[in-house]
Design a protein around this ligand. Structure first.
Ligand SMILES: [Zn+2]
Length: 203
């Protein structure tokens, strides 16, 4: 598994391209902006984009979805609770196209030999999810290195956020954590040093 981080847009959203190096099938997580940058990377490496996974529906995570799904015909996945039709809020501009699929807790999707498991992690948004693939955990804006996502936007809920952090921190073993913004981390590090994770674990 090869993970490429492409920070895109004004808020430097981390777009991740996760590739099965054997088959060159890949998934793009949170293409927030700069579709050309992302498509160039796919083309230069001759990757076949099979899926676009959205960790949540906020505008800074969905800006390049349309361009990339049109170019690659990849299936777009989103939790229904973050769809524009459910939220009616400018922070949630995205409506799933007809060839997209709503996904939620416990779903798993195979891309080449990679298996992505969906873990519902609401709090930052009602439809927030994290994705587990092998030793990697893509946490969107739920868990950041040393911090967590804000809960003051429409649909945010700090109690839910803490429950979601507890759920992630309770996963067995260690994972490399790939958040929606800023640097990556490990789950072991966050369990130890992240104030919000510690509060969540003790609640
Ligand atoms: Zn967000």
């Amino acid at each position: 598994m090869l993970i490429k981080t492409l920070p895109v847009g004004q808020l430097e959203t981390n777009c991740y391209v996760v590739t099965d190096e054997a088959t060159l099938d890949c998934a793009v997580i949170d293409p927030g902006d700069e579709s050309n940058l992302i498509l160039d990377y796919l083309e230069e490496n001759r990757l076949r984009c099979e899926a676009i996974f959205l960790t949540h529906g906020h505008y800074d995570h969905v800006g390049a979805v349309e361009a990339i799904s049109e170019e690659t015909s990849a299936t777009v996945y989103l939790n229904r609770l973050d769809d524009r039709d459910q939220r009616h809020d400018p922070h949630f501009p995205f409506h799933l196209p007809p060839n997209g699929e709503y996904y939620g807790d416990g779903d798993s999707i195979e891309i080449g030999s990679l298996r992505f498991e969906v873990i519902a992690t609401p709090g930052h948004t009602p439809g927030g999810v994290s994705l587990r693939c092998g030793e990697a955990l893509f946490t969107g804006d739920t868990l950041f290195r040393g911090s967590c996502g804000r809960t003051d936007l429409t649909g945010g809920d700090m109690e839910e956020e803490l429950r979601s952090l507890k759920k992630l921190c309770s996963l067995e073993g260690d994972y490399e954590v790939y958040p929606g913004h800023m640097d990556s981390s490990t789950l072991a590090r966050e369990r130890l040093f992240n104030y919000y994770c510690r509060a969540a674990m003790n609640s």
